[in-house]
Ligand binder design. Structure first.
Ligand SMILES: NC(=O)c1ccc[n+]([C@@H]2O[C@H](COP(=O)([O-])OP(=O)(O)OC[C@H]3O[C@@H](n4cnc5c(N)ncnc54)[C@H](O)[C@@H]3O)[C@@H](O)[C@H]2O)c1
Length: 250
């Protein structure tokens, strides 16, 4: 079971809901101080309050990851923590789904691109100078099995999640000679508000492809996230971890 040294501060983006929310709770329960960030600032603060009420160390702030001027938020996070040891980026959207490519709205594609792909670049850029100064860091971005396989009906999502996989391959190598690792995690279907908002036909298409014939659990995602951003995961960078019930073949 992963546990964290003290102090160990982890910022989680997308902490108001789903996988980010579950990871924040689990990692706080294992001794990390968690900074909950989300464009839903109220949700981020609520998550932090609930974690603190359960005995964890937590703070919550609003953060829009497509915002190119995030400095004020990160300055506050660094002031609060002193050292930021890890960043887990769970912010993501599917955009419109169940559409063939000729039906895709370029504006929707652009929105999904900015959140799912430009966002990971921007938040990495925001924390890397601090991690370089400390010569230590763990960065984890949520990709998806859709980025490896390509899900029919999900062009923007599949393309941008493939982009995240490419992004971490490159970024991991950029910092491989430092104490910073940069990885991704590619889940198949995990029942969260994001999945609940998809058309049932789209969810059935994705779930039928899982050899274990079930969805992943939030706790399974949170456990893996905790280990990947812990000091114990020290010889892996630029890699996309699998969480797909046997669906992924690479
Ligand atoms: N649930 C799944 O089956 C599944 C599978 C593969 C990958 N993923 C990925 O895991 C991550 C988390 O997904 P989830 O299912 O927990 O989704 P979710 O919708 O439950 O939570 C996502 C959170 O991200 C926040 N967010 C969205 N856009 C943002 C932005 N621009 N700036 C800041 N915050 C923003 C939302 O407010 C929300 O709280 C996403 O990147 C998703 O693509 C999920």
């Amino acid at each position: 079971m992963t546990s964290f040294p003290t102090p160990y501060t982890i910022a989680i983006i997308g902490a108001a809901s789903g996988i980010g929310r579950a990871a924040a709770s689990l990692m706080a329960g294992r001794g990390a101080a968690v900074i909950c960030l989300d464009r839903d600032g109220e949700g981020a603060r609520r998550a932090a309050n609930e974690i603190a009420a359960a005995g964890g160390k937590a703070a919550g702030y609003a953060l829009e990851i497509t915002d190119r001027s995030q400095k004020a938020v990160w300055d506050a996070v660094l002031r609060e923590s002193g050292q930021l040891h890890a960043l887990v980026n769970c912010a993501g959207v599917t955009g419109k789904t169940n559409l063939k490519v000729h039906e895709v709205d370029p504006d929707d594609f652009d929105l999904v691109y900015r959140i799912n792909m430009l966002g990971p670049l921007l938040v990495s850029q925001a924390v890397l100078p601090h991690m370089m100064e400390k010569n230590y860091g763990r960065i984890l971005h949520l990709a998806s099995i859709a980025g490896k396989d390509g899900n029919a009906g999900m062009t923007a999502y599949s393309a941008t999640k493939a982009g995240v996989i490419g992004l971490v391959k490159s970024m991991g190598k950029d910092y491989a000679e430092t104490g910073i690792t940069i990885n991704a995690l590619a889940p198949a279907v995990i029942r969260t508000p994001m999945v609940a908002a998809l058309p049932e036909a789209q969810v059935a298409y994705m779930t039928d492809k899982i050899p274990m014939k079930r969805c992943g659990e939030l706790e399974e995602a949170a456990e893996m996230i905790a280990w990947i951003v812990s000091p114990a995961c020290s010889f892996t960078t630029g890699f996309t971890f699998d969480l797909s019930g046997g669906r992924a073949v690479y």
